[in-house]
Design a protein around this ligand. Structure first.
Ligand code: ZN
Length: 1030
């Protein structure tokens, strides 16, 4: 039985509650706050002791459910160390629950599948709970907890409305009210790490209604007033429904369509300690002083943590922002500052211009701290790059790159950047790579700052992140997806534009290699049953977070490339894009709007219809496997769903319109050689001259599909490649390597055949095919290592070192200017040193010694730093030295390489210390914990320790990183993707299913389990071949 039933990834939509009679179809629901627990639909039966009622505006809080007895304050270092003696490979989950003091208790038994007796008990229990609820509800002025009634309620304000009913029971807000503008005044206090806020929301009533529902999270609202038109303001009661982060005002009389009204709210809140909302951050300056700052990260659902708002992308509005600050700080926001006033208390108030365009709440941003700018005027826009003062000299490259790209996009989209200024700010402690807030883009320092010594590879990273975020100023900011289900319209586009713009503006960065590798990884993920359609319904905060994955970004970008590559010219794609941006400027769209715009400009009659064709790629998950069979001059192509973890894909009715491109042995390199065949049915036939020896489909891998050439077809291609690898472009060679490994995972080709193809590698010198082959082989090596197949591990190591030995030998250890050469040598040398090739290790050690002895005057080339530091970290003494240098290094990209080096240590106490330090964030920033875990997990011991660490600290991890977020996805993947035994499968499954609402439903968990199962099958199928052929 395949446990990965497709239904298991479907999320139950939130149950609807009491239906109140309503005038409008779209807003029928209310929540009886005293009874509802819909935010926790998967909960087991409640233990009355674990439910605390707060009748203040009838909030219901559910605490402690499903939580384990792990003490989060336990010293992580100690706990992991204590577990080290027990290899998690040798512990069954049953043993584990008895032997470890850190066991997770089994969740309370639920009432499901009851016996008659249990049913009676459960019914009685529910009656008791209901009775208690009624009693509590009628107890006024009391916050009821386990302790009784310890304090009186602090009501926001009162006007006598019946406050027991929260008037809305949906995750999405009602559409009857639309915000027009927000006036925000915020006053952060760095002594108390909190802030006060004053928000005035101007709204328009679209349909008659008796309620206003909006978002607010962790805001303590102290005063609320409401007025209609120019009438008098009066106090109103704010109802709050915490599970959905919603607040509401109810009215006894209807608000009438067409009326304008104003809601004014005063509130206080703590600055967030995580990386979202209005959060505090700090860093140590070059004099060793701690500096604090506050910054915002609102995408996707966190503007509501800074101000009450209609926090959905389609509620666009005008914003005016004022920030109060101490004299020694500066404030930045989306718009330029227009006025600074000295206040009576000695504070300054900065007032920013009103936004000139309507904007979604997730794009609002403000920062308070010490930053220094470098600026430049570009087409009448003031472009500035801000950093902390001591890193000012690292901003030049970003400024020059942003300026070039701004001009490129202004021209490409034929719409000028609409704001007056564009700031790019490097934030010392920032979780995402960057965030496209309109006019105030925030970055991690690594993705913005480069020094004079930086390698081209580091510049490539900075340029591509800037290109991505700048593209968002049009795709996302100007035209925004209506809802998170179409996130790909933002992210797929920005990702595609980032590669496309750089190929034109900075061709020396060789961005094409990275784009191709990224498309391969997107296919690997999309080949799993746990994947999802590019456009997918989302109904919970976790599901919104989970949309930030490679399907939205990389698959989104890949299908745009595929479409563009199949149109008759680049200009046609561009025309469609311009039309789309102009038509929907300032508005919200869904996927159909884009395809319709592109269909309208497609006059080629080359394909059926852009809209119909592309829907097959966005509305269903996965992608096709195209199988080729040939008889004389007849070539038959058939398509099926490429699904890695199902033995039988015939049940899948998925079908795509595939624009199959192909070349043959007579003409295989130039773009003119490419021929096109539209496969829109299950199979299709094309004719080729009988003299053609071989066909290569998916020219330069611009299509999002995998090709199986059949036994003879593969044989002919393998022969051709072994005679002369240059008969195909390097993209096509890499594509063959990726495809054959994928087919081997599917069981369609033998591993013997994979090895036959790889024989040509001894003549391969280009970056993309070498990197793809290394990645695939290393993956098998790591899996063997995690299974403790020591004999095969040794043979695999020799195989890899032999296959790439000659090419590795040719690599230099000195400064290198070409990006592609850097990519090639860093991949080869990292593998060689990791596999303990002596010469490589010696070179790395020598370079490290030279670096230490030079006292900061000798620089290790940026692309070699990681390998050099990783080798150094193998020795305990050098690890200590490296840690000391790390602490004092200011240049972020070098620090990152040092950290990766430190995380490669084989020394158990050091690994334990690193993980623990990353979690508490003092020496190792918490933002870097996911990448530390990834590196740690490469080794056998590291994976064991990290897996224990993740289990012990899960609660803290999901507190630091939002559930379902990219950071959580990375952590889960790092710890599980190289496992391949039944025991590992059981342990991973058992841990995550014990989490229930704290993670068991995450897509990344399904993906992890599916990947282990897949690895397990591959190993079982191929261990004998590996034994025979390696
Ligand atoms: Zn983006």
């Amino acid at each position: 039985m395949d446990p990965f039933d497709s239904n298991s990834t479907e999320r139950a939509s939130l149950p609807r509650n009491m239906i109140e009679n309503s005038m409008f179809e779209e807003e029928p629901d209310i929540v009886d706050l005293a009874k509802d627990s819909t935010a926790y639909p998967t909960f087991p039966a409640l233990d009355p002791d674990e439910v605390a009622y707060e009748p203040r505006s009838s909030r219901l809080l559910v605490r402690g459910l499903g939580e384990n007895d792990v003490d989060d304050d336990e010293e992580d270092c100690e706990s992991s160390a204590r577990l080290l003696g027990m290899s998690f490979m040798n512990r069954s989950s049953a043993q584990r629950s008895h032997s470890s003091p850190y066991v997770r208790q089994l969740p309370p038994r639920s009432c499901s599948l009851p016996s008659a007796r249990t049913t009676v008990v459960c019914v009685l229990f529910l009656v008791i709970v209901a009775s208690m609820t009624m009693v509590l509800y009628f107890l006024p002025g009391c916050t009821f907890t386990k302790m009784g009634c310890p304090k009186s309620n602090n009501k926001t304000s009162t006007n006598g409305t019946d406050s027991e009913l929260f008037p809305w029971a949906e995750f999405r807000l009602p559409r009857s009210i639309s915000p027009l503008s927000y006036d925000l005044t915020l006053s952060p206090d760095f002594n108390n790490m909190d802030f006060t806020g004053h928000t005035v929301i101007n709204m328009s009533v679209l349909h008659n209604t008796k309620r206003i529902v909006l978002h607010s999270e962790n805001l303590n609202i102290t005063k609320a007033t409401f007025r209609i038109g120019n009438g008098d303001a009066s106090d109103v009661t704010i109802l709050e429904y915490k599970p959905r982060q919603q607040i509401a005002v109810k009215f006894s009389k209807e608000l009438k369509a067409g009326q304008n009204c104003v809601l004014t709210l005063d509130y206080t809140a703590d600055l967030s300690h995580t990386y979202d909302g209005f959060y505090n951050s700090s860093y140590i300056d070059q004099d060793g002083n701690k500096r604090v700052l506050a910054a915002t990260q609102f995408e996707p659902l966190f503007a509501r943590k800074a101000f009450p708002c209609f926090d959905e992308p389609s509620f666009k509005a005008i914003f005016q922002i004022k920030i109060k600050r101490k004299l020694e700080y500066m404030a930045l926001s989306n718009m330029p500052k227009v006025k600074t006033t000295l206040l009576a208390n000695g504070f300054m108030q900065d007032e920013f211009a009103k936004t000139t365009v309507k904007m979604s709440t997730y794009l609002v941003a403000f920062i308070v701290g010490n930053f220094t700018p470098t600026s430049k005027n570009v087409s009448d826009i003031l472009v500035s790059v801000y950093s902390v003062p001591e890193k000012k000299e690292h901003t030049d490259y970003a400024l020059a790159t942003a300026s070039k790209l701004l001009e490129f996009y202004n021209d490409f989209f034929e719409i000028n950047y609409p704001l007056q200024k564009l700031d790019l700010v490097g934030i010392p402690d920032f979780l995402a790579g960057a965030m496209e807030n309109w006019g105030l883009i925030t970055f991690r320092e690594t993705t913005l700052l480069v020094g004079t010594q930086s390698s081209p590879l580091e510049k490539q990273l900075v340029a591509s992140v800037i290109a991505h975020e700048l593209a968002h100023q049009w795709f996302g900011n100007l035209v925004t997806m209506s809802w998170w289900s179409d996130l790909w319209l933002n992210e797929g586009f920005a990702t595609y534009m980032q590669y496309m713009s750089l190929q034109t503006v900075l061709p020396q960065l060789d961005i094409g290699n990275l784009f191709l590798a990224m498309r391969f990884r997107a296919m690997d993920k999309d080949a799993l049953n746990s994947s999802h359609a590019v456009s997918t319904e989302v109904n919970t905060p976790e599901q919104v977070e989970e949309m930030f994955d490679s399907v939205s970004y990389e698959k989104g970008a890949s299908i745009l490339l595929m479409l563009n590559a199949s149109l008759s010219s680049d200009q046609q794609f561009r025309k469609g894009i311009i039309q789309y941006l102009k038509q929907f400027s300032g508005l919200n769209t869904d996927t159909d709007d884009l395809w319709n715009s592109l269909t309208e400009v497609d006059l080629s009659n080359q394909h059926p219809n852009v809209s119909e064709m592309m829907k097959s790629w966005t509305s269903q998950k996965g992608f096709p496997l195209v199988t080729l069979s040939r008889k004389g001059d007849q070539v038959t192509l058939t398509q099926e769903h490429f699904l890695l973890t199902s033995d039988d894909t015939s049940h899948s009715s998925s079908m795509w319109t595939v624009l199959v491109t192909y070349v043959n042995d007579n003409c295989s390199l130039a773009p003119d050689c490419r021929q096109l065949f539209t496969l829109s049915a299950k199979s299709g036939t094309l004719k080729v001259p009988e003299s053609v020896k071989w066909l290569k489909l998916n020219y330069r891998n611009t299509g999002f599909y995998i090709v199986d050439y059949g036994h003879d077809g593969w044989g002919a291609l393998i022969d051709a490649m072994s005679n002369n690898a240059k008969v195909l472009t390097q993209e096509d060679r890499a594509s063959l390597i990726h495809n054959i490994f994928s087919l081997s995972k599917l069981g369609r080709v033998s591993f013997r055949q994979v090895l036959s193809l790889l024989n040509y590698m001894s003549n391969e010198t280009e970056t993309t095919p070498v990197r793809e082959a290394l990645l695939q082989l290393n993956n098998i090596y790591h899996q063997l290592n995690k299974r403790y197949e020591q004999g095969l591990v040794t043979r695999m190591k020799s195989y890899i070192l032999n296959l790439f030995g000659a090419l590795t030998e040719k690599q230099t250890w000195t400064k290198e200017d070409s990006v592609s050469t850097q990519e090639l040598r860093s991949a080869l040398l990292e593998t060689a040193c990791y596999l303990e090739e002596n010469k490589c290790k010696q070179q790395a050690k020598d370079l490290f010694r030279q670096y230490i002895d030079s006292n900061g005057t000798f620089q290790i080339p940026g692309d070699l730093q990681r390998v050099v530091f990783s080798v150094a970290a193998q020795s305990t003494d050098d690890w200590g030295t490296l840690l000391t240098i790390y602490q004092y290094a200011t240049y972020d990209s070098e620090k990152q390489n040092m950290l990766q080096g430190l995380a490669s240590t084989p020394h158990t106490p050091s690994i334990v210390w690193l993980l623990s330090a990353g979690l508490n964030g003092n020496i190792i920033p918490t933002q870097d914990l996911p990448s530390v875990i990834r590196t740690v997990c490469r080794s056998f011991t590291g994976n064991l320790i990290a897996w224990d660490f993740i289990q012990e600290n899960w609660n803290q991890l999901i507190e630091k990183f939002p559930m379902g977020s990219f950071a959580i996805q990375r952590i889960i993947k790092a710890a599980t993707s190289q496992l391949s035994t039944q025991l590992h499968f059981n342990q991973v499954q058992s841990f995550f299913s014990s989490l229930r609402e704290r993670g068991s439903q995450l897509r990344s968990v399904q993906e992890a389990l599916e990947t282990i199962r897949l690895n397990q099958r591959w190993m079982e199928r191929n261990l004998p071949s590996l034994d025979k052929w390696l």
